[in-house]
Design a protein around this ligand. Structure first.
Ligand SMILES: Cc1cc2nc3c(=O)[nH]c(=O)nc-3n(C[C@H](O)[C@H](O)[C@H](O)COP(=O)(O)OP(=O)(O)OC[C@H]3O[C@@H](n4cnc5c(N)ncnc54)[C@H](O)[C@@H]3O)c2cc1C
Length: 352
């Protein structure tokens, strides 16, 4: 493998039902940053589907300089085999230096399969990506072996107890998956246009192709906590599912949404869709209330990028206070009704 042949930052532009998934736009934002630090500044989105040509402008507005479109009736719904063939073929043909994929249900299926096909490594669930030297610090006496402009992929390791930075210096592309909500979209540049490249490697259905007989859509009554501007999040300290009423009242006054820690989900008090953290969702609201949440590293990993963090905990030494902008030490059962009452009066005065 000649590493020099591999150039540019590519992202897999996931679409479902011919709608670009938010993760694709988030990856474009990060790809733009990475490309600026590399010699080849081009950001390429790989758009795979059937009848998807109209989606290219949106990708351009969010930072794609070029869109490689693989459009084929075989790609109407996501299926592992034809999608893996499409993406692996694009990589073999266009040789990206970096390939980013969303750690969605689709991306988690697709990414590792493609990396195996093109014979490279993949780092899953990255929380940080940057361009730098590898090893991070040159080994004394072996300074000339240190490689520059490598993709440094950082992710929690060993059950979230440490953070590992991983590189892939000897193979290309350097592949990473990133969970939704971790990276930020750039402000769209309305009217921006990208170079469009149509590419079709040919699809020959074989016995590995899954046949989709019916698609049944899940109807979810649960709010998407990743879209919320204000999250009122409860932990085991809330004490019972019924006591979440205190949090719901506060959320209602602030037009916010209730979310929770994993302890709450494990206790069966709230559905998994509301869980914040390493094995839940990564959120970035304007205001995050952490109520009766201790602040375990796995929880903090999912909310530390919130603009303002307000913690309520009866234990003044709870680690959540290390990441909080404002902290209230005390019993949530006493504080919440008071807080809700005060805020309700203030909101009413403001709206009057
Ligand atoms: C691999 C792995 C992945 C994980 N992923 C996640 C994840 O995605 N999300 C997640 O949240 N956790 C995750 N965890 C679990 C995590 O380690 C913690 O166990 C969990 O976050 C604890 O939840 P908690 O803070 O609600 O409960 P606790 O740690 O029990 O904390 C309860 C807090 O409530 C306070 N409290 C109690 N009563 C009151 C009261 N009346 N008023 C005020 N405060 C009160 C206590 O002082 C305490 O600080 C993961 C763990 C592992 C090993």
């Amino acid at each position: 493998m000649s590493l020099e042949e591999y150039k540019g930052v590519f992202i897999f532009a996931q679409q479902v039902d011919n709608k670009i998934s938010s993760i694709a736009l988030e990856l474009l934002g990060k790809a733009r940053d990475l490309a600026n630090d590399l010699d080849t500044k081009t950001v390429t989105a790989v758009l795979i589907g059937s009848g998807v040509a109209s989606l290219t402008d949106e990708l351009a507005e969010y930072g794609a300089d070029r869109v490689i479109v693989v459009d084929d009736p075989e790609l109407k719904e996501y299926r592992t085999e034809p999608y893996a063939h499409a993406l692996a073929s694009v990589i073999n043909e266009y040789k990206p230096e970096i390939m980013l994929v969303g750690a969605t249900a689709i991306g988690r299926d697709l990414g590792p399969r493609v990396s195996a096909r093109v014979h490279t490594g993949l780092t899953a669930d990255c929380t940080q990506l940057e361009i730098g030297d590898f090893p991070l610090v040159a080994v004394p006496g072996k300074e000339d072996e240190q490689k520059h402009k490598q993709l440094l992929m950082t992710r929690p390791a060993f059950g979230g107890n440490t953070i590992a930075t991983i590189a892939c210096p000897d193979y290309r592309p350097q592949m990473a998956t990133v969970r939704p909500g971790v990276m930020q979209k750039i402000a769209p540049n309305k009217g921006a246009k990208a170079e469009i490249v149509n590419y079709n490697p040919g699809f020959t259905p074989d016995n590995k192709y899954v046949e989709i007989l019916e698609v049944v859509k899940e109807v979810s009554n649960v709010a998407n906590i990743q879209d919320a501007k204000i999250l009122v999040s409860g932990g085991r300290g809330v004490g019972s599912p019924e006591n979440f009423k205190l949090l719901e009242d506060l959320a209602e006054v602030l037009h916010g949404t209730v979310s929770c820690s994993r302890a709450v989900v494990d206790s069966g008090w709230k559905p998994k869709d509301l869980q914040v953290g390493q094995t839940g969702k990564t959120v970035r609201p304007h205001v995050y209330f952490a109520i009766g949440i201790s602040g375990a590293i796995q929880h903090v990993a999912g909310m530390e990028e919130s603009d303002i963090i307000i913690a309520i905990n009866k234990d003044e030494n709870a680690p959540i206070f290390d990441v909080a902008d404002y902290g209230i030490v005390g019993d949530l059962n006493k504080i919440l009704p008071e807080l809700t009452k005060k805020l309700s009066a203030e909101m009413a005065a403001k709206e009057a």
